[in-house]
Design a protein around this ligand. Structure first.
Ligand code: ZN
Length: 228
């Protein structure tokens, strides 16, 4: 056994692998050098509304959807790769301005009230499913609802489609994360959305995916790191 360990270490030595690299290989990647104030990490949720003065340069995609100009190359790369690998994607929704979001929210409340719920109940349900105006990432231009031509309904069934699977496995390589995973609903406050993807940058996305962290947890981790 001793000889075996010796042999492994001398082999690593010959290969030029230092101990820190060895642990890196064994235990995953290091926390990226990122700051919670980076443009691609801006956190928007029910506790963190979009800053009033938020302004971003938008670009129009060939299908007419708008996104933050800075994410276009990564988005294109991801769509090309998906197409090559037999899972062509389609965008269902991208940037939405505040008043559009407010309209969606009110519509949902009206629907719930019509179904017999009290206004308070309806508000609560709408907040869980639609997101309160000002708290939607879609108003950042960094979030997209991605589906396929064959399956364009926004429901949990999308996760079983080829596109849903492909996105889960590959989106991080292009800097995107599945923003509202099933097992983290209690943190995000949003029901599982297998179609909603958010750009955070490649290193951040890979780290978060590898460590099963949602944006809320990742920001907290970065903030803690800053304090230390
Ligand atoms: Zn969405």
């Amino acid at each position: 056994m001793k000889n075996f360990i010796k042999a492994v270490f001398s082999m690593l030595f010959l290969l030029g692998v230092t101990f820190s690299e060895f642990t890196f290989m064994a235990f995953g990647s290091e926390l990226p050098k990122a700051d919670p104030s980076d443009w691609n990490l801006i956190l928007v949720n029910k506790q963190n509304f979009i800053p009033k003065d938020f302004d971003t340069e938008l670009a129009e995609l060939p299908d007419g959807h708008l996104v933050d100009k800075r994410i276009v190359p990564y988005l294109e790369e991801m769509f090309e790769a998906a197409e090559r690998e037999g899972a062509p994607l389609a965008i269902c929704s991208a940037y939405r301005n505040y008043s559009y979001q407010a309209g969606l929210f009110e519509k949902k409340i009206r629907k719930c009230v019509k179904e017999g719920q009290s206004y308070l109940e309806a508000y609560r349900n709408a907040a869980f499913e639609v997101t309160i105006p000002g708290s939607s990432e879609h108003s950042l231009g960094l979030a997209l609802d991605i589906v396929s031509e064959a399956y364009s309904t926004l429901d949990s069934g999308f996760e079983a489609t080829k596109q849903g699977q492909w996105l889960r496995e590959n989106c991080a390589k292009y800097g995107f994360i599945l923003r509202y995973p099933k097992e983290k609903e209690y943190i995000t406050g949003i029901t599982y959305e297998p179609w909603h993807f958010r750009y955070v940058g490649r290193d951040n996305a890979l780290y978060m995916t590898e460590n099963s962290l949602v944006l809320e947890e990742y920001i907290e981790l970065l903030e803690k790191e800053k304090e230390d």
